[in-house]
Design a protein around this ligand. Structure first.
Ligand code: ADP
Ligand code: ZN
Ligand code: ZN
Length: 735
């Protein structure tokens, strides 16, 4: 009798012991079906429990109900990665393992490799006298066929009109036996080929490619820092070439697939290898199929968002992270991992290179370069003749805006459209207007669930929507507070600009790209196809359009309202602003045409704006990195957030207050530890839940790890912790 420890997908940080049948060797990393209480669950075996004490308690242990896998779902490096991650993020191993596999596997689906049944003749069958079967002509026919062909596939069996039943009778007589025949792996490496013409590389590209190629058979971590339009994709392609020649596979992480379709097509044009996309619109079956193909080495390149990082590879070759600064690499729910950090860990475990590319690297990444953990390769020039865009500030102090647009900007739009070019306007605010208020008593339309102003949407539909919890309601005609009819909308959203522009430019096509217009699966692609036709048009977009897309005919880019970022209380706001500005600005003038970037602001003299516009992202990044050093903020130190949420505001604060006391006691003899809070979170109320946090800071990651580990068992003793939801966010990126 053996006892195994099983990780279950529940939010409890422990393993569960079960009795395992004694005649079978347990598979670590394989799934089993078990019961916990009276819930049936799929768990994963983590270890054998050889502790004899357990044998005594044996009677209390339940038995495993079903063994699902004959081999581990995880390679040893993935296994190590996930164990490490569960530990580092203080997330239950069961949840971490569960998260990393396709949904169908979580549900217990058997892994069936494609196979056919083949009927093989036996020795007895070969010497069997056909006359014996005279009275059973169907069996006789099958026997003759078997003796002739030795092996019969289902296809042949059907062709001769022989049923499975007949074959089974022959089997019972010992004439033949069924055998599983596994279909041969789809092998792409034998006829691997590079298609199409490669461009002549420039000096910087050459250096980057050669440096990485030289060390691409072992772990090495690279930051490919290349301005927009500098040909990063070409660098990826030529590095991949070397990997694919050796029949190794690549994982490419992107922030969002929908917007990277063009880049993916470039990969398809260059290599005749199977490329799989892990797209959000894949169904569970398709997801599992990609996972299986990767595990068997049948695909060469897997492109996907954050969680594609956990795809098993038969022959791992390289990991590439495009737009590595993008915040979507940090999971913001449940297990809050940073995919970029885990990818580096995985590359290290697999002993393969990792390339992180960005025009606006994260400060954490630049810091890692500074510390010598990653090496930086620069692409500072745009390829071919594309010049960097001309940048200009429009001071909108005291100026009357028309639907958020200054008169100068409207004039510029006109000029660019007249020259048959495209214009892109950036505004990170969807809907018609961000606020509805009463002009008489100053009542504000707020979502009760979130204590946050409603956004006006589709004014013709008269709808208010909460962008936190998605609650909807009709727009009132009169103020519920004072019965005044004087309700006004304040501020400007993308819908309103769209309206205004269609009045100003009635003959021009206007395309609005935001979450509301791209909900539909193919709508984004339609927009992009439309833009790529190259006809003059005005694009209005939110954050979505900043994610690595190419609009070669856009010559004018304008950021309408980004001032908020300059005065945010979040110390990361300036970094995000600089990335956003640089990414949006980078959409201008990608082809041979000169681009122009206009920034509308009420604060034209803001020092950060000046550095960014005059010296560019890298100088700016260095400056804020130094500033953070002087005030000791990440990445020079480390943060952990204890987030708490519950519908009773008082209980949340009480729990955090007790938690803070506890943490202070545990760390009383360390002068470097620093606490802040309880403080309300960035969104203090969401979906009826009040949200607060405590920030813990310490220069040593290890110290923080130990502090959390020590505190966890004590936290669960605090009575409020049984009700209030507590989340540990390691290396948080927002409060
Ligand atoms: P980014 O750095 O923004 O990802 P891309 O890789 O998309 O830039 O390159 C921009 C354009 O330049 C693409 O159309 C690409 O095909 C082209 N390109 C890249 N390298 C070269 C080169 N060495 N010579 C000519 N064109 C190139
Ligand atoms: Zn009122
Ligand atoms: Zn709400």
């Amino acid at each position: 009798m053996s006892i195994v420890q099983v990780a279950l997908p529940i939010p409890l940080n422990r393993l569960f012991s079960y009795i395992y049948p004694k005649d079978i060797k347990p598979v670590i990393g394989g799934r089993v079906r078990v019961t916990l209480g009276n819930r049936k669950m799929i768990g994963i075996i983590v270890s054998l429990d050889e502790n004899d004490d357990h044998l005594l308690k044996e009677k209390k242990l339940k038995e495993i109900e079903e063994i699902i896998d004959k081999e581990s779902l995880f390679s040893s490096s993935l296994w190590k990665l996930l164990q490490w991650a569960a530990n580092y993020y203080h997330s239950p191993l069961g949840e971490v393992l569960n998260h990393s596999i396709p949904v169908l596997l979580r549900q217990g689906k058997q892994i069936n490799y494609d196979f056919k049944w083949l009927w093989h003749i036996t020795e007895k069958g070969n010497i069997f006298n056909i006359d014996v079967l005279k009275k059973a002509p169907k069996q006789q026919k099958a026997l003759i066929l078997l003796q002739q062909k030795q092996i019969i596939s289902d296809c042949i069996r059907k062709k001769y009109d022989i049923t499975t039943k007949v074959m089974q009778i022959l089997y019972s007589k010992g004439i033949c036996t069924p055998k599983k025949h596994y279909l041969p792996l789809q092998n792409w490496s034998d006829n691997f080929m590079i298609k199409g013409k490669k461009p002549i590389l420039n000096r910087e590209q050459n250096i980057a490619i050669n440096s990485i190629k030289k060390e691409d058979k072992k772990y090495s971590a690279w930051l490919l820092a290349g301005v927009t339009g500098s040909g990063k994709t070409e660098v990826y392609l030529q590095i991949l070439e070397n990997i694919l020649i050796r029949s190794q596979q690549a994982i490419i992480l992107v922030p969002e697939i929908g917007l990277t379709i063009q880049t993916i097509n470039v990969f398809r044009k260059r290599f005749n290898v199977p490329i799989d996309l892990l797209h959000s619109s894949l169904n569970n079956k398709e997801r599992l199929a990609v996972w299986l193909r990767a595990r068997r080495g049948e695909n060469a390149i897997i492109i996907g968002t954050r969680s594609a990082l956990f795809t098993p590879l038969a022959r791992p070759g390289i990991i590439i992270i495009d737009e590595e600064h993008d915040s979507s690499y940090k999971q913001q729910e449940g297990w809050r991992y940073q995919a970029r950090d885990l990818a580096v860990y995985r590359a290290y475990q697999e002993n393969i290179p990792i390339v992180m590319g960005s025009a606006t690297p994260a400060l954490e990444t630049l810091y890692n370069v500074f510390k010598g953990k990653y090496r930086q390769l620069n692409l500072l020039k745009r390829v071919s003749n594309a010049k960097l865009a001309i940048q200009q500030i429009i001071d909108i102090k005291g100026i009357t805006l028309v639907g958020g647009l200054s008169p100068l900007l409207i004039k510029k739009i006109q000029i660019h459209l007249y020259a048959k070019n495209q214009v892109l306007l950036f505004l990170n605010r969807r809907g018609f207007a961000p606020l509805l208020l009463c002009n008489d008593c100053h009542w504000i339309a707020k979502c009760k669930n979130c204590d946050h102003g409603y956004t006006l949407h589709h004014q013709y539909k008269r709808q208010l929507r909460c962008h936190y919890c998605n609650h909807k309601q009709v727009i009132p005609f009169i103020c519920p507070n004072c019965n005044s009819k004087n309700l006004i909308s304040v501020g400007v959203g993308t819908e309103q600009i769209e309206n205004k522009l269609s009045q100003l430019f009635p003959k021009t096509k206007i395309l609005r790209i935001d979450q509301d217009t791209t909900r539909n699966k193919d709508s984004l692609k339609k927009y992009i196809d439309n833009i790529n036709k190259g006809e003059p048009c005005i694009l209005i977009g939110t954050q979505m359009i900043t994610k690595g897309h190419h609009f070669p005919n856009v010559t004018l880019v304008s950021l309408l309202n980004v001032d908020g970022a300059l005065f945010s209380s979040d110390f990361r706001a300036t970094e995000r602003f600089a990335q956003l500005y640089t990414q949006v600005a980078g959409r201008a003038g990608r082809a041979e045409k000169q681009g122009e970037v206009l920034l509308q602001t009420y604060y034209p003299d803001h020092p950060l704006l000046k550095t960014l516009l005059n010296k560019g992202y890298f100088s700016f990044a260095n400056q804020i990195l130094l500033e953070r050093k002087s005030v000791l903020l990440p990445p020079w130190t480390n943060h952990v957030l204890f987030r708490a949420e519950f519908f009773d505001n008082k209980k949340v604060i009480e729990l955090l207050q007790k938690l803070r006391n506890l943490l202070e006691n545990l760390s009383s003899n360390d002068a470097s530890v620093w606490f802040m809070g309880p403080l309300p979170s960035l969104h203090p109320k969401k979906n009826k839940f009040w949200r607060w946090h405590i920030l813990v800071q310490h220069p040593s990651r290890k110290y923080l790890q130990q502090l959390i580990t020590k505190s966890l068992p004590l936290i669960y003793i605090i009575p409020e912790s049984r009700k209030v939801k507590l989340i540990i966010d390691i290396d948080p990126i927002e409060s």
